[in-house]
Design a protein around this ligand. Structure first.
Ligand code: 3PG
Length: 372
Protein backbone atom coordinates (compact mmCIF):
# COMPACT_ATOMS: atom_id res chain seq x y z
CA UNK A 1 0.00 0.00 0.00
CA UNK A 2 1.30 3.48 -0.81
CA UNK A 3 1.23 5.97 2.03
CA UNK A 4 1.00 9.74 1.66
CA UNK A 5 4.35 10.47 3.28
CA UNK A 6 6.12 8.27 0.73
CA UNK A 7 4.24 9.73 -2.25
CA UNK A 8 5.52 12.62 -4.34
CA UNK A 9 2.83 15.30 -4.34
CA UNK A 10 4.87 18.47 -4.78
CA UNK A 11 2.87 20.87 -6.98
CA UNK A 12 0.62 18.00 -8.11
CA UNK A 13 -3.16 18.11 -8.45
CA UNK A 14 -4.40 16.14 -5.47
CA UNK A 15 -7.87 14.71 -4.89
CA UNK A 16 -8.48 13.91 -1.24
CA UNK A 17 -11.38 11.66 -0.21
CA UNK A 18 -12.22 12.20 3.44
CA UNK A 19 -15.16 11.14 5.58
CA UNK A 20 -16.67 14.32 6.98
CA UNK A 21 -20.06 12.70 7.46
CA UNK A 22 -21.00 14.52 10.66
CA UNK A 23 -24.35 15.43 12.22
CA UNK A 24 -25.50 18.94 11.19
CA UNK A 25 -28.67 20.62 12.46
CA UNK A 26 -29.87 23.94 11.04
CA UNK A 27 -26.42 24.54 9.61
CA UNK A 28 -24.72 23.84 12.94
CA UNK A 29 -22.13 21.06 13.09
CA UNK A 30 -22.83 18.92 16.18
CA UNK A 31 -19.68 16.83 16.26
CA UNK A 32 -16.24 17.96 15.13
CA UNK A 33 -14.11 14.84 15.68
CA UNK A 34 -14.05 13.74 12.06
CA UNK A 35 -13.26 17.29 10.91
CA UNK A 36 -10.33 17.60 13.32
CA UNK A 37 -9.14 14.11 12.36
CA UNK A 38 -8.99 15.18 8.69
CA UNK A 39 -6.85 18.26 9.39
CA UNK A 40 -3.37 16.67 9.60
CA UNK A 41 -3.68 15.20 6.10
CA UNK A 42 -5.04 18.44 4.67
CA UNK A 43 -2.25 20.47 6.29
CA UNK A 44 0.36 17.99 5.10
CA UNK A 45 -0.89 18.21 1.51
CA UNK A 46 -1.08 22.02 1.62
CA UNK A 47 2.58 22.14 2.65
CA UNK A 48 3.44 20.50 -0.66
CA UNK A 49 0.81 21.75 -3.09
CA UNK A 50 -2.07 24.23 -3.19
CA UNK A 51 -3.92 22.22 -5.85
CA UNK A 52 -6.11 20.29 -3.45
CA UNK A 53 -9.72 19.24 -3.92
CA UNK A 54 -11.43 17.81 -0.83
CA UNK A 55 -14.22 15.29 -1.43
CA UNK A 56 -16.64 13.88 1.14
CA UNK A 57 -20.13 12.46 1.41
CA UNK A 58 -22.66 13.74 3.89
CA UNK A 59 -25.76 11.84 4.98
CA UNK A 60 -27.73 9.76 2.53
CA UNK A 61 -29.27 12.19 0.00
CA UNK A 62 -31.13 11.10 -3.13
CA UNK A 63 -28.60 10.78 -5.96
CA UNK A 64 -28.82 13.30 -8.80
CA UNK A 65 -30.61 15.91 -6.64
CA UNK A 66 -29.20 18.87 -4.75
CA UNK A 67 -30.51 19.15 -1.20
CA UNK A 68 -29.47 22.28 0.69
CA UNK A 69 -29.87 20.43 4.00
CA UNK A 70 -27.18 17.96 2.98
CA UNK A 71 -24.80 20.45 1.41
CA UNK A 72 -21.21 20.40 2.66
CA UNK A 73 -21.29 24.24 2.90
CA UNK A 74 -21.13 24.32 6.76
CA UNK A 75 -18.18 21.93 6.67
CA UNK A 76 -16.40 24.01 4.04
CA UNK A 77 -16.92 27.10 6.22
CA UNK A 78 -15.48 25.29 9.27
CA UNK A 79 -12.31 24.53 7.29
CA UNK A 80 -12.11 28.09 5.92
CA UNK A 81 -12.00 29.31 9.50
CA UNK A 82 -9.56 26.69 10.72
CA UNK A 83 -7.20 27.11 7.78
CA UNK A 84 -7.74 30.84 7.44
CA UNK A 85 -8.24 30.41 3.70
CA UNK A 86 -11.00 31.07 1.17
CA UNK A 87 -12.24 27.78 -0.20
CA UNK A 88 -14.31 27.48 -3.36
CA UNK A 89 -17.23 25.02 -3.36
CA UNK A 90 -17.60 23.12 -6.65
CA UNK A 91 -20.40 21.00 -8.00
CA UNK A 92 -18.60 19.19 -10.81
CA UNK A 93 -15.17 17.87 -11.72
CA UNK A 94 -14.84 19.89 -14.92
CA UNK A 95 -12.80 22.96 -13.96
CA UNK A 96 -10.91 22.22 -10.81
CA UNK A 97 -9.09 25.41 -9.68
CA UNK A 98 -5.40 25.55 -8.79
CA UNK A 99 -6.20 26.41 -5.16
CA UNK A 100 -7.81 24.44 -2.37
CA UNK A 101 -11.46 23.68 -3.09
CA UNK A 102 -14.26 21.49 -1.75
CA UNK A 103 -16.47 19.31 -3.91
CA UNK A 104 -20.19 19.37 -3.03
CA UNK A 105 -21.54 16.27 -1.29
CA UNK A 106 -20.33 13.43 -3.52
CA UNK A 107 -23.57 11.54 -2.84
CA UNK A 108 -25.40 14.20 -4.92
CA UNK A 109 -23.53 12.77 -7.93
CA UNK A 110 -25.26 10.05 -9.95
CA UNK A 111 -23.35 6.81 -9.75
CA UNK A 112 -21.48 7.41 -6.48
CA UNK A 113 -23.29 4.74 -4.50
CA UNK A 114 -23.12 2.03 -7.15
CA UNK A 115 -19.52 2.71 -8.04
CA UNK A 116 -20.39 3.84 -11.56
CA UNK A 117 -17.33 3.58 -13.78
CA UNK A 118 -17.97 6.92 -15.55
CA UNK A 119 -17.93 8.80 -12.29
CA UNK A 120 -14.92 6.99 -10.84
CA UNK A 121 -13.05 7.47 -14.11
CA UNK A 122 -13.88 11.18 -14.11
CA UNK A 123 -12.54 11.51 -10.56
CA UNK A 124 -9.47 9.38 -11.20
CA UNK A 125 -8.52 11.24 -14.39
CA UNK A 126 -8.74 14.76 -13.07
CA UNK A 127 -6.06 14.37 -10.36
CA UNK A 128 -2.38 13.45 -10.48
CA UNK A 129 -2.62 11.78 -7.08
CA UNK A 130 -5.69 10.44 -5.30
CA UNK A 131 -5.41 10.31 -1.52
CA UNK A 132 -7.84 8.07 0.33
CA UNK A 133 -8.28 9.19 3.91
CA UNK A 134 -11.92 8.19 4.44
CA UNK A 135 -11.34 5.12 6.60
CA UNK A 136 -14.87 5.47 8.03
CA UNK A 137 -16.28 4.75 4.59
CA UNK A 138 -13.72 2.15 3.48
CA UNK A 139 -16.44 -0.52 3.69
CA UNK A 140 -18.52 1.07 0.88
CA UNK A 141 -17.66 0.26 -2.73
CA UNK A 142 -18.45 3.75 -4.01
CA UNK A 143 -17.19 5.59 -7.09
CA UNK A 144 -15.18 8.11 -5.05
CA UNK A 145 -13.67 5.46 -2.79
CA UNK A 146 -13.00 1.99 -4.18
CA UNK A 147 -13.65 2.96 -7.83
CA UNK A 148 -11.47 6.07 -7.95
CA UNK A 149 -8.61 4.34 -6.10
CA UNK A 150 -8.73 1.44 -8.53
CA UNK A 151 -8.66 3.67 -11.62
CA UNK A 152 -6.18 6.32 -10.42
CA UNK A 153 -2.69 6.11 -11.81
CA UNK A 154 -1.36 7.15 -8.41
CA UNK A 155 -3.38 6.50 -5.25
CA UNK A 156 -2.25 6.34 -1.65
CA UNK A 157 -3.56 6.20 1.91
CA UNK A 158 -3.80 9.50 3.80
CA UNK A 159 -2.33 10.00 7.28
CA UNK A 160 -5.56 9.11 9.12
CA UNK A 161 -6.24 6.06 6.97
CA UNK A 162 -2.70 4.74 7.54
CA UNK A 163 -3.02 5.38 11.27
CA UNK A 164 -6.37 3.59 11.54
CA UNK A 165 -5.04 0.51 9.76
CA UNK A 166 -1.80 0.48 11.75
CA UNK A 167 -3.67 0.59 15.07
CA UNK A 168 -6.34 -1.96 14.18
CA UNK A 169 -3.88 -4.32 12.54
CA UNK A 170 -1.48 -4.25 15.46
CA UNK A 171 -4.29 -4.91 17.95
CA UNK A 172 -5.67 -7.86 16.04
CA UNK A 173 -2.35 -9.50 15.21
CA UNK A 174 -2.00 -13.14 16.20
CA UNK A 175 -0.85 -13.99 19.71
CA UNK A 176 -1.83 -10.71 21.30
CA UNK A 177 -3.44 -10.83 24.75
CA UNK A 178 -6.79 -9.24 23.93
CA UNK A 179 -9.87 -8.62 26.02
CA UNK A 180 -12.86 -7.61 23.89
CA UNK A 181 -15.95 -5.81 25.13
CA UNK A 182 -19.02 -5.83 22.92
CA UNK A 183 -22.21 -3.97 23.78
CA UNK A 184 -25.17 -2.74 21.77
CA UNK A 185 -28.72 -3.86 21.47
CA UNK A 186 -28.73 -6.95 19.24
CA UNK A 187 -26.69 -10.12 18.95
CA UNK A 188 -27.80 -10.46 15.31
CA UNK A 189 -26.14 -7.19 14.23
CA UNK A 190 -22.92 -7.98 16.13
CA UNK A 191 -22.77 -11.72 15.55
CA UNK A 192 -19.86 -11.65 13.10
CA UNK A 193 -17.98 -9.21 15.35
CA UNK A 194 -18.44 -11.48 18.39
CA UNK A 195 -17.50 -14.62 16.43
CA UNK A 196 -14.35 -13.06 15.00
CA UNK A 197 -13.30 -11.49 18.30
CA UNK A 198 -13.77 -14.86 20.04
CA UNK A 199 -11.09 -16.28 17.74
CA UNK A 200 -8.68 -13.44 18.57
CA UNK A 201 -9.38 -12.70 22.24
CA UNK A 202 -8.83 -14.38 25.60
CA UNK A 203 -12.35 -13.31 26.61
CA UNK A 204 -15.29 -11.34 25.29
CA UNK A 205 -17.37 -9.35 27.79
CA UNK A 206 -20.93 -8.77 26.59
CA UNK A 207 -23.22 -5.94 27.65
CA UNK A 208 -26.28 -4.02 26.47
CA UNK A 209 -29.23 -5.89 24.97
CA UNK A 210 -26.74 -8.47 23.65
CA UNK A 211 -26.14 -9.59 27.25
CA UNK A 212 -29.88 -10.30 27.72
CA UNK A 213 -29.88 -12.90 24.96
CA UNK A 214 -26.72 -14.53 26.35
CA UNK A 215 -28.13 -14.49 29.90
CA UNK A 216 -31.32 -16.21 28.73
CA UNK A 217 -29.25 -18.74 26.78
CA UNK A 218 -27.31 -19.41 29.99
CA UNK A 219 -30.58 -20.17 31.79
CA UNK A 220 -30.82 -16.94 33.81
CA UNK A 221 -34.14 -15.19 34.43
CA UNK A 222 -34.39 -12.00 32.37
CA UNK A 223 -37.96 -10.89 33.14
CA UNK A 224 -39.38 -8.63 30.42
CA UNK A 225 -36.01 -7.71 28.95
CA UNK A 226 -35.63 -7.29 25.22
CA UNK A 227 -34.28 -10.53 23.82
CA UNK A 228 -33.71 -12.14 20.44
CA UNK A 229 -35.22 -15.58 20.84
CA UNK A 230 -34.12 -16.59 17.35
CA UNK A 231 -30.50 -16.10 18.43
CA UNK A 232 -30.69 -18.27 21.53
CA UNK A 233 -29.23 -21.39 19.91
CA UNK A 234 -26.37 -19.38 18.44
CA UNK A 235 -25.77 -17.74 21.82
CA UNK A 236 -25.73 -21.17 23.52
CA UNK A 237 -23.16 -22.40 21.02
CA UNK A 238 -20.97 -19.34 21.56
CA UNK A 239 -21.16 -19.86 25.33
CA UNK A 240 -19.52 -23.29 24.88
CA UNK A 241 -16.27 -21.48 24.00
CA UNK A 242 -16.14 -20.53 27.71
CA UNK A 243 -14.75 -17.19 26.62
CA UNK A 244 -17.90 -15.11 27.00
CA UNK A 245 -18.09 -13.14 30.21
CA UNK A 246 -21.62 -12.27 31.33
CA UNK A 247 -22.63 -9.53 33.78
CA UNK A 248 -23.12 -10.59 37.40
CA UNK A 249 -25.37 -7.68 38.46
CA UNK A 250 -27.76 -5.62 36.38
CA UNK A 251 -29.93 -2.51 36.69
CA UNK A 252 -33.62 -3.31 36.25
CA UNK A 253 -36.81 -1.24 35.96
CA UNK A 254 -40.34 -1.76 34.66
CA UNK A 255 -39.52 0.29 31.57
CA UNK A 256 -36.82 2.68 30.32
CA UNK A 257 -39.13 5.54 31.42
CA UNK A 258 -39.49 4.28 34.98
CA UNK A 259 -37.73 6.11 37.83
CA UNK A 260 -37.75 3.05 40.08
CA UNK A 261 -34.40 1.41 39.28
CA UNK A 262 -32.86 -1.50 41.24
CA UNK A 263 -29.48 -3.18 41.10
CA UNK A 264 -29.97 -6.95 41.33
CA UNK A 265 -28.00 -10.15 40.80
CA UNK A 266 -28.56 -11.80 37.40
CA UNK A 267 -30.04 -14.70 39.38
CA UNK A 268 -32.82 -12.48 40.72
CA UNK A 269 -34.25 -10.44 37.85
CA UNK A 270 -37.98 -10.04 38.65
CA UNK A 271 -40.54 -11.29 36.12
CA UNK A 272 -42.07 -7.82 35.57
CA UNK A 273 -38.76 -5.94 35.12
CA UNK A 274 -36.36 -5.30 32.26
CA UNK A 275 -32.56 -5.30 32.30
CA UNK A 276 -31.54 -1.85 31.08
CA UNK A 277 -27.92 -1.56 32.17
CA UNK A 278 -25.17 -3.67 33.70
CA UNK A 279 -22.86 -3.17 36.66
CA UNK A 280 -19.15 -3.57 35.99
CA UNK A 281 -16.71 -4.98 38.47
CA UNK A 282 -13.26 -6.53 38.32
CA UNK A 283 -14.70 -10.00 38.12
CA UNK A 284 -16.15 -9.02 34.75
CA UNK A 285 -13.26 -6.95 33.47
CA UNK A 286 -10.09 -8.79 34.34
CA UNK A 287 -7.01 -6.55 34.30
CA UNK A 288 -3.68 -7.07 32.54
CA UNK A 289 -4.35 -7.48 28.89
CA UNK A 290 -2.06 -6.11 26.25
CA UNK A 291 -5.05 -4.79 24.33
CA UNK A 292 -8.68 -4.08 25.09
CA UNK A 293 -11.01 -3.69 22.11
CA UNK A 294 -14.32 -1.99 22.85
CA UNK A 295 -17.43 -1.53 20.73
CA UNK A 296 -20.97 -0.77 21.87
CA UNK A 297 -22.56 0.76 24.99
CA UNK A 298 -23.38 -1.49 27.95
CA UNK A 299 -26.80 -0.02 28.72
CA UNK A 300 -29.25 2.61 27.51
CA UNK A 301 -26.62 5.25 28.18
CA UNK A 302 -28.69 8.06 26.65
CA UNK A 303 -30.90 7.83 29.77
CA UNK A 304 -28.92 8.95 32.80
CA UNK A 305 -30.09 6.22 35.19
CA UNK A 306 -29.05 3.49 32.76
CA UNK A 307 -25.66 4.95 31.86
CA UNK A 308 -23.70 3.51 34.82
CA UNK A 309 -22.17 0.51 33.06
CA UNK A 310 -20.98 2.57 30.10
CA UNK A 311 -19.66 5.36 32.37
CA UNK A 312 -17.88 2.86 34.63
CA UNK A 313 -16.35 1.20 31.59
CA UNK A 314 -15.04 4.49 30.19
CA UNK A 315 -13.52 5.35 33.60
CA UNK A 316 -11.96 1.90 33.81
CA UNK A 317 -10.55 2.08 30.28
CA UNK A 318 -9.11 5.55 30.84
CA UNK A 319 -7.12 4.26 33.79
CA UNK A 320 -6.20 0.92 32.30
CA UNK A 321 -2.60 0.02 31.47
CA UNK A 322 -3.86 -1.95 28.47
CA UNK A 323 -3.83 -0.38 25.04
CA UNK A 324 -7.47 0.44 24.46
CA UNK A 325 -8.88 0.52 20.94
CA UNK A 326 -12.46 1.81 20.73
CA UNK A 327 -14.76 2.56 17.82
CA UNK A 328 -18.28 2.50 16.41
CA UNK A 329 -20.92 5.21 16.12
CA UNK A 330 -22.60 4.89 19.53
CA UNK A 331 -19.29 4.15 21.23
CA UNK A 332 -17.83 7.43 19.98
CA UNK A 333 -20.95 9.23 21.11
CA UNK A 334 -20.63 7.70 24.60
CA UNK A 335 -16.93 8.57 24.80
CA UNK A 336 -17.67 12.18 23.86
CA UNK A 337 -20.41 12.31 26.44
CA UNK A 338 -18.64 10.73 29.41
CA UNK A 339 -14.90 10.75 28.89
CA UNK A 340 -13.09 13.32 30.97
CA UNK A 341 -9.61 12.70 29.70
CA UNK A 342 -9.99 10.80 26.42
CA UNK A 343 -6.90 8.81 27.44
CA UNK A 344 -7.61 5.94 25.08
CA UNK A 345 -4.74 4.45 23.14
CA UNK A 346 -6.75 4.76 19.92
CA UNK A 347 -10.29 5.85 19.13
CA UNK A 348 -11.27 5.04 15.56
CA UNK A 349 -13.24 7.64 13.60
CA UNK A 350 -15.22 4.82 11.99
CA UNK A 351 -18.65 3.39 12.75
CA UNK A 352 -19.76 0.74 10.25
CA UNK A 353 -16.25 0.35 8.83
CA UNK A 354 -14.89 -0.38 12.33
CA UNK A 355 -17.48 -3.13 12.79
CA UNK A 356 -16.68 -4.60 9.38
CA UNK A 357 -13.03 -4.62 10.28
CA UNK A 358 -13.68 -6.28 13.64
CA UNK A 359 -15.83 -8.85 11.85
CA UNK A 360 -12.77 -9.92 9.91
CA UNK A 361 -14.30 -8.77 6.62
CA UNK A 362 -12.21 -7.31 3.85
CA UNK A 363 -12.89 -3.60 3.28
CA UNK A 364 -12.99 -2.75 -0.45
CA UNK A 365 -10.97 0.47 -0.25
CA UNK A 366 -8.24 -1.15 1.84
CA UNK A 367 -8.03 -3.97 -0.69
CA UNK A 368 -7.94 -1.50 -3.61
CA UNK A 369 -5.12 0.46 -1.95
CA UNK A 370 -3.16 -2.70 -1.27
CA UNK A 371 -3.03 -3.33 -5.04
CA UNK A 372 -1.50 0.10 -5.71
C1 3PG B 1 -20.35 6.49 8.67
O1 3PG B 1 -20.77 7.53 9.20
O2 3PG B 1 -20.31 5.40 9.28
C2 3PG B 1 -19.77 6.57 7.29
O3 3PG B 1 -19.66 7.87 6.87
C3 3PG B 1 -20.57 5.75 6.32
O4 3PG B 1 -21.84 6.30 6.14
P1 3PG B 1 -23.01 5.42 5.46
O5 3PG B 1 -23.38 4.37 6.46
O6 3PG B 1 -24.10 6.39 5.17
O7 3PG B 1 -22.42 4.81 4.23
Amino acid sequence: MNHLEQTVIKDKKVGLRVDLNVPIENGEILSHERLSAALPTILYILKHTQKLCVITHLGRPREGEFDINQSVMPIKKWFEKRLNLDIELLNNFENIPENICFMENIRFFKGEKDNDKNLSMQIANVFDVYVMDAFATAHRSAASTFGAIELSKNACAGLLFSDEIKNLESALEENKQILSIVGGSKVSTKLKVIENLLTKSCSVVVGGGIANTFLKAAGKPIGNSLVEDNMLDTAKELLTTNKIILPKSVYVAESPQSNQVNLVSVEDVPKNKMILDIELNEEIIPVDHEYIIWNGPLGIFEIDQFSNGTKQLIGFLENSKSKVIAGGGETLFAINKFSETNKFHYVSTAGGAFLEYLSGNKLPSIEALRLK
